[in-house]
Design a protein around this ligand. Structure first.
Ligand SMILES: Nc1ncnc2c1ncn2[C@@H]1O[C@H](COP(=O)(O)OP(=O)(O)OP(=O)(O)O)[C@@H](O)[C@H]1O
Ligand SMILES: O=P(O)(O)OC[C@H]1O[C@H](OP(=O)(O)OP(=O)(O)O)[C@H](O)[C@@H]1O
Ligand SMILES: O=C(O)c1cccnc1
Length: 493
C-alpha cells in the first residue's frame, strides 16, 4: 500500500523541520555525516491517563523510508535558499550529496497493534548520522498521531465492552491526512468500520453508515423518508429517529419496519443522535421489542467518548452500536502523544558503541542510553512485566532485576524459567532493504486485540489504572546512572 505515494506526488523528504536539514549540512561539513548512530523513538507517558498504549503508524514509516529521497524540485528549493546576506545557505556540493543519498539504515520497530509503554524504544534507527537525523521529524509525526488515535479507539472499545464502534470522524478531523490516518488507527485500535470512504478504499477498512437528518427533512413526512430509504437499502437499513420527535420517530420506524417485513425484509436498526441517550434508548428498546423487533439494533451517536459510553453502560442504556466521531479522531482530551526521538549511541573510531545521554533537571526527561532491546515476560499467556535491556543481555542470564527508570526503589526480580520471553522489536529494514513482511490491516487489528487480552483488566480500566511494570535491566540502569553523573560533573554541576 503506497499511501504516501497516492497522497503526495514525489518525495516527502522536505516534510521535516528546517533544523534537521541545517544539522544535516553541519554534520556533512564537519565530516560527521557518515558516523554510525542509533536513535530511539519512545514516549514518556501513556496518553489519556491510560494504563496502556497501542502502537500504530509503522506501515506509513515503512513507506516513508522506502520512498526517502530528494526530488529534483526539492534539491532546487534547497539549492536556491539564501541567507540574509544573499549567500547560498547550502553549498552546491551538499545539495549533490543529498541528491545521491540513498536510505541505508537498519530499522527495528514494535509491530503495529502491540501494547506498548513509556520509555521503551518503539522504533530504533541505526545508520549514518545524517540519515538518522533527517528521519526524526517525519517518524515522530507519523507514530505520534496514529499511536494516539489507536489508543483512544482501544479505550472507547474497552468502554463499549464488545459492542461495535463505528468511526464517524471525517467531518471533524484535523484535515484530510489527519482524517485518513485517524480512520486507519481507529480500525487498528478496535473500531468496526469507518464512515470515511477514501480510508475504506486506501486501507481496506470496512465502511458503513446510516443517513443524516437532511434525508428526512427533504421529504414531507418522516414515514415517507423511511420508506424511500428502505426501498433503496432493504438490507442493513438504519433509520435516524430524532429529527423531529424521538418517540414518534421510533413509532414511525416500527410502522415502516412492519411494512418492510411484509415485503420480506427486516429493519436492521435505528439511530438516536440527541437528547438523553439512556432514556430514549430504553424507551425505544421497549417499543421495538413489544412490536416484535427484538433484533433491531439501537445505534447511538452525539459527542460520545469512552467516559460517556461508560456512563451510558452504567445507566443500562439499551444501545448496541456506538457511532463515535469528533472525540475519537481529535484524540479528545489529549491532542498529542509526545513521543520523542533521541540519540542513544554512536560508534566510535574503534567500532565500539558509545552510549549517549541527555541530562535533564526532570528525571523523566533523561533518555535511556545505549543499544537496547525490549522483552515482554508472559506467564501462562499473561504479561507480567517488560524489560528494557542492553543488546545481548538475554544471552547472558536467566535471572534479571528490573528497576523503574524513574524510581529506583521500585524493583522486580524476574526468573525466566517457566516464562515466555517475547522480544518486541522486529527487524524492519536491514541496510536500507526492507526485510519485514507487512501484515494486513486486519491482522494488525487482531494483533491489537490479542495483545490486549494478555493484560490484566486492572491495567485496562479507564480511570486510575494499575501501572504495568516496565523496568530497566540492572546493568542498563547502572550504566545510565553513572553516565548521567559523569555528564553532570563534566558540565560542572
Ligand atoms: N444519559 C446520558 N448520560 C450521559 N451523557 C449523555 C446521556 N445522554 C446524552 N449524553 C451526552 O450528553 C452530551 C450532550 O447531550 P445533549 O442532550 O446536550 O445533546 P443535544 O443537545 O440533545 O444534542 P444536539 O445538540 O446534537 O441536538 C453528549 O455528549 C451526549 O453524548
Ligand atoms: O458527535 P460525533 O462523535 O462527532 O459523531 C458524528 C456526528 O456527526 C453527525 O452530526 P452532524 O454533523 O449532523 O452535527 P450535529 O449532530 O452536531 O448537529 C452525527 O449525527 C453525529 O452526531
Ligand atoms: O453514517 C452515519 O450515521 C454518520 C456518518 C458520519 C457522521 N455522522 C453519522
Amino acid at each position: 500500500m503506497k499511501i504516501t505515494k497516492d497522497l503526495y506526488q514525489g518525495s516527502l523528504a522536505l516534510l521535516t523541520d528546517f533544523y534537521q536539514i541545517t544539522m544535516a549540512y553541519a554534520y556533512w561539513k564537519s565530516g560527521k555525516a557518515n558516523e554510525v548512530a542509533t536513535f530511539n523513538l519512545f514516549f514518556r507517558k501513556n496518553p489519556f491517563q491510560s494504563g496502556f498504549t497501542i502502537a500504530a503508524g509503522l506501515d506509513y514509516v515503512i513507506d516513508f523510508c522506502r520512498n526517502f529521497h530528494f526530488d529534483p524540485s526539492d534539491l532546487k528549493y534547497l539549492g536556491e535558499m539564501k541567507n540574509k546576506d544573499g549567500a547560498l545557505t547550502f553549498e552546491p556540493a551538499f545539495i549533490h550529496y543529498l541528491e545521491k543519498m540513498e536510505f541505508s539504515c537498519d530499522v527495528e520497530a514494535v509491530e503495529e497493534g502491540t501494547v506498548i509503554f513509556p520509555h521503551m524504544p518503539i522504533v530504533k534507527v541505526t545508520g549514518p548520522l545524517v540519515q538518522c537525523q533527517l528521519l526524526e521529524t517525519p517518524l515522530l509525526n507519523i507514530i505520534n498521531f496514529q499511536t494516539l488515535i489507536a489508543t483512544k479507539a482501544a479505550r472507547i472499545c474497552v468502554a463499549a465492552k464488545g459492542d461495535p464502534v463505528l468511526e464517524f470522524g471525517l467531518r471533524r478531523a484535523q484535515g484530510i491526512d489527519g482524517a485518513l490516518a485517524a480512520s486507519r488507527a481507529s480500525y487498528i485500535g478496535g473500531c468496526t468500520s469507518t464512515s470515511n470512504v477514501m480510508a475504506g478504499k486506501l486501507f481496506g477498512i470496512p465502511v458503513s453508515g446510516t443517513h443524516a437528518h437532511s434525508w428526512i427533512m427533504s421529504f414531507d413526512s418522516e414515514i415517507e423518508a423511511f420508506k424511500a430509504y428502505a426501498v433503496a437499502f432493504p438490507e442493513k437499513c438504519v433509520f435516524l429517529v430524532d429529527t423531529y420527535d424521538t418517540i414518534n420517530g421510533v413509532k414511525n420506524a416500527i410502522e415502516v419496519g412492519l411494512w418492510m417485513r411484509e415485503q420480506g425484509h427486516e429493519l436492521f436498526g435505528i439511530r438516536i443522535d440527541s437528547g438523553d441517550l439512556a432514556y430514549y434508548s430504553t424507551i425505544a428498546r421497549k417499543m421495538l421489542d413489544e412490536a416484535g423487533f427484538l433484533d433491531v439494533k439501537i445505534v447511538a451517536s452525539n459527542d460520545l467518548d469512552e467516559h460517556i459510553i461508560t456512563s451510558l453502560k452504567i445507566q443500562e442504556a439499551a444501545i448496541n452500536v456506538w457511532g463515535v466521531g469528533t472525540k475519537l479522531v481529535t484524540a479528545y482530551d489529549q491532542p498529542a502523544l509526545g513521543a520523542v526521538y533521541k540519540l542513544a549511541a554512536i560508534k566510535n573510531d574503534y567500532g565500539v558503541w558509545e552510549p549517549k545521554v541527555k541530562v535533564s533537571q526532570q528525571s523523566i526527561k533523561i533518555n535511556i542510553p545505549g543499544r537496547q532491546e525490549v522483552v515482554r515476560f508472559l506467564k501462562d499467556g499473561k504479561a507480567i512485566a517488560d524489560m528494557i535491556c542492553l543488546e545481548g543481555a538475554l544471552d547472558d542470564s536467566k535471572e534479571f532485576l528490573i528497576i523503574d527508570p524513574n524510581d529506583s526503589t521500585k524493583r522486580k526480580k524476574i526468573k525466566t524459567t517457566n516464562l515466555e520471553v517475547v522480544p518486541l522489536l522486529k527487524t524492519i529494514f536491514k541496510a536500507g532493504k526492507k526485510v519485514y513482511r507487512r501484515p494486513s490491516i486486519d491482522a494488525i487489528r487482531i494483533n491489537a486485540q490479542a495483545n490486549l487480552q494478555q493484560f490484566d483488566k486492572a491495567h485496562k480500566r479507564l480511570v486510575n489504572p494499575h501501572i504495568y511494570p516496565v523496568g530497566l535491566e540492572e546493568k542498563l540502569f547502572e550504566m545510565r546512572t553513572s553516565l548521567v553523573l559523569k555528564m553532570k560533573n563534566y558540565e560542572g554541576e
